[in-house]
Design a protein around this ligand. Structure first.
Ligand code: SF4
Length: 700
């Protein structure tokens, strides 16, 4: 009989990236607890993380490749995938194929998928479900800093005197970070301001809640910038020495938000509350502004991000302890995906297609002369191209776009008519129904690799269970297909450690400090060191080992070393409410569920709090629609319809409806919020508007 053992790994859910100790008993049963040595959580876990041991069953697992309605061997399945992709490329060109991947992939998986598509197939058509999560933050960072960088670290929450949470129900979506913030509030009196149209578990423990009208964040932060200027609370030395374009941004902010009264009216807030927020921000030096999907998932998400960053640059509150704009990501490896080029508009190692020298550098490093020279299709456009027939072969890895993509009915129709769809995943999902070939992937606990959390900290995920049936690691599946497509020399990896070494070497290749993304200190990691790898931040070249908080020297990665103020103005929301669709639909997460519930949905205690799809309505809206608590309602938008139970709640703002994003066909037919959502996207980031879609609600 085997001995009991304990394995140090990382939670596969949100971007907090908590360390987990998985204890595997002699009989194979697994229990988990928080890793007290992991700096992200110091032993804490939320309800989802604590239930990880209950998600390791084989219910719904894919155990063998399948095609043509039958189980198949790996060889014939992989041969078919390779030949179908190769034929589409030969007949229609490299842009006729695409990969849609996931923030659930480990960095090594992401690296080889990106290398295959961009380096060897020669198309930019690889995008990730992280496009739905934080693409607007990426675009905002690049506009402001010259590179996609989260400047802060989690310790900043513990040394801040003011934390502004905007567009983030942190208590439910990043619970362990919220616990750290509340500890700071208790222990050092840190003030917490929450900017969110809804009353949530996060607003229950704050000093000021601004329940602004949806989509008015730019106006609120423009007003703040104007207020800081008018009251002389800006850092003129920092602005002069380390930034550009302040005057233009300040002038536009003042024109957009000339007074607190105008801001209050435009945002639907009391002037006294706006004044109180502005006073706190003006007076408290150590301020962190945390933002998440409420900011990003918007047709104007990038402008919202830059409106926030502008206020931090104006006050010089960046690169110092307890300060900074801080994007928190939804997925465990959204950051790792960004690092290797998982977004269609990125190349690899934070290089991009706009830089011809960067494309040349990656091409030489990979020995890939046919490398893509331009970005590919972003998620919404990718599925439009599938629908139009321009994409002939699509590979979906570890994600469920038939539920999670906006206008999900259109996505399902596109998948149904696509010439060839491959899905590699852990379980059957709404998307696997559309697969011509199904490939079983190894799950959390069965695979090895690295992830990067929201504070740029790399951690290991480690296997502690054998993969069941014939399931394989994603990186292995990609390499096996690449080899059959004739690219074997470039994909001859035997372990994820080899892939990690190549990834780190690429980040350091011809990079003597010119680019900030640099894992050069890790290039020579042995297999043993990779196994023992302890969590650490990037950049990781030797000389920056101790520099975890970036921009401390006031230098930014733009060519002139200066950060940019981006002038932004409040725009109208993408959709207006009208008599036909009189409420605004907002979507978000539940405390105990993850994505489309493929894992958390199997845990009874996680299902107990919200056992069926529900829509939250303010009592006056419920009454106006002849609805009462517990009624079954039919919700329709211009994109589709769903059914959900009505929950009447004072926490809901009047005029708005809220629905969780998680429900999929496995748990409730016709309840996925993706069926209601729009395909309107932010022009800079390509991130869809998921927070403000006009909706009509009637009783079933
Ligand atoms: Fe996992 Fe996030 Fe919960 Fe931490 S906070 S245990 S990473 S879901």
């Amino acid at each position: 009989m085997e001995e009991a053992r304990e394995v140090r790994t990382t939670c596969p859910y949100c971007g907090v990236g908590c360390g987990v100790l998985a204890e595997v008993a002699a009989d194979g049963t697994t229990t988990v607890r928080g890793d007290p040595e992991h700096p992200a959580n110091l032993g804490r876990l939320c309800s989802k993380g604590a239930a990880l041991g209950e998600t390791l069953g084989l219910e719904g697992r894919l155990l063998q490749p399948e095609f043509g309605g039958r189980q198949a061997g790996w060889d014939e399945a992989l041969d078919l995938v390779a030949s179908k992709f190769s034929r589409a490329i030969a007949e229609h060109g490299p842009d006729s194929v695409a990969f849609y991947v996931s923030g659930q992939l480990l960095t090594e998986d992401y690296y080889v998928a990106n290398k295959l598509m961009k380096g060897f197939i020669g198309s930019g058509n690889i995008d990730t479900n992280s496009r739905l999560c934080m693409a607007s933050s990426v675009a905002g960072h690049r506009r402001a800093f010259g590179e996609d960088i989260v400047p802060g670290v989690y310790e900043d929450f513990e040394c801040a005197d003011l934390i502004v949470l905007t567009g983030s129900n942190t208590a439910w979506c990043h619970p362990v970070l919220h616990q750290r913030m509340l500890a700071a509030r208790r222990e050092r009196g840190t003030k917490i301001v929450v900017i969110d149209p809804r009353r949530t578990a996060t607003t229950d423990e704050c000093d000021l809640h601004l329940a602004l009208d949806p989509g008015t964040d730019v106006l609120l932060f423009n007003g703040l910038l104007a207020h800081l200027v008018h009251t002389g609370k800006i850092e003129t030395d920092f602005i002069r020495e380390h930034t550009r374009d302040f005057d233009a941004a300040a002038a536009l902010a003042s024109a957009d938000a000339p007074s607190i009264t105008r801001v209050a009216k435009g945002c639907g807030l009391a002037a006294a509350d706006v004044q109180a927020f502005y006073d706190l921000f003006a007076e408290i030096d150590r301020t962190v502004t945390v933002y998440s999907q409420g900011v990003n998932q918007s047709a104007h998400g990038t402008d919202k991000v830059n409106a926030i960053i502008n206020c931090h640059l104006a006050t010089g509150r960046i690169g110092k302890p307890g300060t900074g704009p801080f994007s928190v990501t939804g997925q465990p490896n959204a950051m790792g995906g960004r690092e290797v080029g998982g977004l269609a508009n990125q190349l690899a190692a934070h290089m991009d297609f706009a830089d011809a020298a960067g494309v040349d550098r990656v091409s030489r490093f990979w020995n890939a002369p046919n490398i893509a020279r331009r970005g590919g299709l972003k998620a919404v456009d990718m599925f439009q191209s599938v629908a139009d027939g321009r994409i002939k072969a699509l590979w979906v890895m570890g994600t469920n776009p038939a539920v999670s993509m906006p206008d999900a009915s259109r996505v399902r129709a596109a998948l149904a008519k696509c010439d060839f769809v491959v899905v590699s995943d852990v379980t059957r999902t709404d998307t696997t129904r559309y697969a011509d070939v199904l490939l079983p992937a190894a799950a959390w606990g069965e695979k090895d690799g690295t992830v990067t959390n929201s504070e740029r900290r790399l951690s290991r995920q480690r296997s502690f269970l054998p993969a069941p049936g014939e399931a394989k690691a994603d990186w292995r599946i990609v390499c096996d297909v690449a080899t059959r497509m004739g690219f074997g020399d470039a994909f001859a990896y035997k372990t994820p450690a080899e892939i990690f070494r190549e990834h780190t070497a690429l980040s350091a290749f011809e990079n003597s400090g010119a680019r900030l993304f640099d894992l050069g200190g890790l290039t020579g990691l042995s297999d043993t060191d990779y196994d023992a790898f302890a969590p650490r931040h990037w950049p990781a070249p030797e000389h920056r080992k101790k520099q975890t908080r970036l921009f401390a020297d006031g230098r930014f990665p733009a060519s002139d070393g200066r950060a940019r103020f981006v002038p932004v103005r409040q725009e109208a929301t993408a959709f207006t409410i009208d008599a036909d669709y009189p409420l605004a639909l907002n979507t978000g997460r539940l405390r105990d569920q993850w994505h489309t519930m493929t894992r958390t949905g199997n845990v009874p205690r996680l299902m107990a709090n919200a056992p069926e799809p529900a829509v939250d309505l303010h009592p006056s809206d419920a009454a106006a629609h002849w609805l009462k608590d517990g009624d079954l309602a039919h919700l329709s938008t211009r994109f589709g319809f769903v059914r959900a139970r009505v929950r009447v709640s004072e926490a809901q703002r009047r005029g708005q409806a809220f629905m969780p994003m998680h429900w999929s066909g496995q748990f409730a037919a016709r309840a996925s919020a993706g069926l209601l959502s729009s395909t309107v996207t932010d022009p800079h980031s390509g991130q869809p508007e998921l927070k403000h879609v006009p909706v009509r609600i009637v009783r079933e």
